[in-house]
Ligand binder design. Structure first.
Ligand code: C2E
Ligand code: MG
Ligand code: MG
Ligand code: MG
Length: 275
């Protein structure tokens, strides 16, 4: 309750809210320094095909906090988005992923791999976003198709008109475009034909609810058929069990990612998978 408690002071907060706020400000201050202090790192979750062969990875950011240890993106990406720090983080992630691709591009063991990077809405809607992607690809002279950008449906629906323009420009550049967490937003199917996605990534909630002849299995089967008919690659995320993998294969799914194959791992571990 916002009660006037003195001449110039309003009491909006109880002590607990005060502490929460202070903690938030502290974390924000630390996050601001995280990049400069080299506390961000990427880990890599393998993606496989129907024969279990490695086809690439998704890069996932971690914050190596000096006191708190490894902080998951769920605990700092929302704050980063609110404060605009996501722009610096997003740039760092893109740069780091491309720096990694640079070490792969001339090695026949790695050059066929793709690396997917998550893009946040704020980052995507920056006027300079497409130019930044082009610049980093040129900096490392990368084949654009090695890089994949993941967008969520809620994010492209924020301003579909602008999103279409930007995505067409990115497609022209030649980077892969993946729709992350498909099925979780308030989506209309019509945008699937209007947005130039190369890949549809079925959200893990559907994969986890999937049982033979369950509603989720029906949805997953239908989404795989739809994506395929629209000429997209379909990947299932959050595959944890053999029976899910088998069912997805029988539905005609193309690619897979999940703990069944591997948790996200550091770059050394990832590279040894191929050697
Ligand atoms: P996402 O893009 O959907 O990434 C997949 C998340 O599912 C990852 O969580 C991954 O560790 C987790 N996962 C993978 N396989 C399994 C599985 O078999 N079972 C279960 N239960 N979980 C699995 P993580 O790394 O905590 O990332 C969470 C979200 O944070 C990501 O969801 C993505 O939206 C966001 N994120 C991660 N890295 C970045 C980044 O660099 N930039 C931005 N903007 N967002 C990021
Ligand atoms: Mg993702
Ligand atoms: Mg996802
Ligand atoms: Mg997801």
């Amino acid at each position: 309750e916002a009660k006037k408690s003195g001449k110039n002071t309003y009491r909006f907060f109880n002590p607990e809210m005060q502490r929460t706020l202070e903690k938030r400000i502290e974390i924000e201050r630390e996050l601001r320094l995280a990049i400069a202090h080299g506390q961000l790192r990427l880990i890599y979750q393998p993606q496989v095909d129907n024969e279990g062969r490695l086809i690439g990875a998704e890069a996932l950011v971690r914050w190596q906090h000096p006191r708190l240890g490894t902080v998951l993106p769920g605990h700092f990406i929302p704050l980063a988005e609110e404060t605009g720090l996501i722009l610096d983080i997003g740039k760092w992630v893109l740069e780091e992923a491309c720096r990694q691709l640079d070490t792969w591009k001339d090695d026949p063991r790695f050059s066929k791999l793709t690396l997917a990077v998550n893009v946040s809405a704020k980052q995507f809607y920056q006027p300079s976003f497409v130019d930044e992607v082009v610049a980093v690809l040129e900096k490392y002279r990368l084949p654009p198709a090695m890089l994949k950008l993941e967008f969520t449906e809620s994010m492209v629906l924020e301003d579909t008109y602008e999103a279409i323009g930007k995505m067409l420009a990115l497609k022209e550049v030649g980077v892969g475009l993946s729709m992350d967490d498909f099925g979780t937003g308030y989506s209309s199917l019509s945008y699937l034909t209007r947005l130039p996605f190369d890949q549809l990534k079925i959200d893990r909630s559907f994969i986890q609810d999937m049982r033979e002849s369950s509603d989720s299995a029906l949805i997953v089967h239908t989404v795989i058929a739809l994506g395929s008919r629209l000429g997209m690659n379909v990947i299932a995320e959050g595959v944890e069990r053999d029976d899910q993998y088998a069912l997805l294969k029988s539905f005609g799914c193309h690619n897979y990612q999940g703990y069944l194959f591997s948790a996200p791992i550091d770059i050394r571990q990832f590279e040894t998978l191929l050697t």
